[in-house]
Design a protein around this ligand. Structure first.
Ligand code: UGA
Length: 447
């Protein structure tokens, strides 16, 4: 079986590399630079396990990359995994999806083979039916069902765990347009996963598209909810959001995951998808206030951190502030919509001198902040002489810093732990002024 994967961003590339363990895969992208980089075996993103999969795919000749859509001619299944970025009103920009659909349609027109087209890109409900299907039919000159198969199949992989999530997903959601497409995609996944096939949810294309948005925005809501509880905790001596979330999460109806209070959610998905579903509800005349609140809590979380640090320092102007971590989360070099970048910009606008350190995301930080910040490879150098330090990413490297390091190296030892990586009982003692998201002051006396 020969597969095509169109769009070699995060999801497309990781999916292509995983599929190449069992099938022959051709990855297509319009970005010539990225394609030649990949063909040279260079990995453009930091993702655990990806380099070895790419290497074995390329050397074993099951994986190749090109910009040429003609190479789709011999394929059996084509996965569309192009990006759907935000427009200024929050709705998604479908231009990459429409370009890819038109070009794939032209390939369908040229071939006698009945091919299956699978939409992995995150698209708002109805897009496959109202945009992709008509475009494919127009360009192919064939109708969906007889001339080609079509199926929605949203992607649920997480950056930093993309390979594991692709090889061992919780579920595979498929929304085929006809019975034959449904059979074909199920048989493909059964062949790929073998006897340990994940649960397959077969539904309409619209439901499949909505399952993706509902899942991401629900998780985003959980995070904003726990950050809202964290704010309450900070006003309440003796309260700690870690304990509250733990107690809540033991209820299986709530669950423990995605209840970690922090600087808010970033990355290429939760902010974009929350805005897109918000815009979609407005277009349909519905009240979008739930998602607006989720985004508002998230958008103001960096300000919340700035004001806590400001309170501790008196004023931010002219102060040296060290930001430990700029990736949108640990095990990633991605700074898209990273709360740490937003925080850095806020601090700079308030007249602070910002210093940055991150084990993997320094290139992204330099791209976003340029000469506005100073960059340090070693966290100890970053905090040396600083007036405040703010932990924005839970990197292992930062967990090794001890209270004594902050006290000894900093000009004024003020530490804000926005990822709650340090134990308050240890860091909250002595000369270090220690603050953490969602932690009220310890009560002076317990009666
Ligand atoms: C997310 C979803 O988890 C994936 O299922 C989905 O496929 C993906 O979006 C997508 O749509 O492509 P991802 O953005 O890679 O994955 O990362 P997550 O691990 O989900 O984290 C997102 C953000 O939430 C990060 O900034 C993280 O630090 C934050 N987060 C997560 C919290 O602040 N608290 C938590 O408890 C969990």
């Amino acid at each position: 079986m020969k597969l095509g994967v169109v769009g070699l961003g995060y999801a497309g590339l990781c999916t292509a590399a995983c599929f190449a363990r069992k099938f022959e895969v051709i990855g297509i992208d319009v970005d010539r630079g990225r394609v030649s980089q990949l063909n040279r075996g260079e990995v453009p993103i930091h993702e655990e396990g990806l380099p070895s999969l790419l290497k074995s795919g390329i050397t074993g000749r099951t994986l190749s990359f090109t910009t040429d859509y003609d190479s789709l001619l011999g394929t059996d299944i084509v996965f569309i995994a192009v990006g759907t970025p935000s427009k200024s009103d929050g709705a998604i920009d479908l231009s990459q999806v429409t370009t890819a659909s038109a070009l794939i349609g032209r390939q369908i027109a040229r071939s006698k083979k009945t091919r299956l087209i699978v939409i992995k890109s995150t698209v708002t409900p109805g897009t496959a039916t109202t945009v992709v299907k008509p475009l494919l039919e127009k360009e192919a000159g064939k109708s969906c069902g007889d001339g080609f198969g079509l199926c929605s199949n949203p992607e649920f992989l997480r950056e930093g765990a993309a390979i594991e999530d692709t090889l061992r997903p919780d579920r595979v959601v498929i929304g085929p347009f006809d019975e034959r497409s449904g059979r074909a995609i199920k048989s493909f996944y059964r062949r790929f996963y073998g006897p340990r096939s994940p649960k397959m949810v077969e539904t309409t294309p619209e439901n499949a598209e909505l399952i993706k948005y509902a899942s991401n925005t629900f998780l985003a809501t959980k995070i904003s909810f726990v950050n809202f509880i964290a704010r309450i905790c900070e006003t309440l001596p003796g309260a700690d959001v870690g304990d509250v979330a733990f107690g809540m999460g033991l209820d299986p109806r709530i669950g423990r995951q995605y209840l970690e209070a922090g600087p808010g959610f970033g990355g290429a998905c939760f902010p974009k998808d929350s805005r897109a579903l918000g815009a979609f509800t407005l277009q349909r005349g519905l009240d979008g206030s739930l998602l607006r609140s989720v985004l508002e809590i998230n958008d103001t979380q960096p300000d919340w951190i700035v004001s806590s640090v400001e309170k501790a320092l008196g004023s931010i102007r002219g102060k040296d502030v060290a930001i430990l971590g700029v990736a949108f989360k640990e095990e990633s070099d991605d700074v898209r919509e990273s709360r740490a970048i937003v925080l850095a910009k806020r601090l700079i606008s308030k007249g602070a001198q910002v210093r940055i350190t991150d084990p993997k995301a320094m290139e992204g930080a330099r791209r976003e902040l340029g000469k506005g910040a100073e960059y340090y490879d070693d966290p100890r150098d970053c905090i040396r002489g600083a007036d405040a330090a703010i932990v924005m990413v839970a990197w292992e490297k930062f967990k090794k810093l001890k209270p004594g390091d902050f006290v000894r190296l900093m000009r004024t030892p003020v530490l804000f732990d926005a990822r709650r990586i340090y134990d308050a009982a240890e860091y909250g003692l002595g000369a270090l002024k220690f603050m953490a998201i969602g932690r009220g002051d310890l009560p002076k006396v317990r009666g």
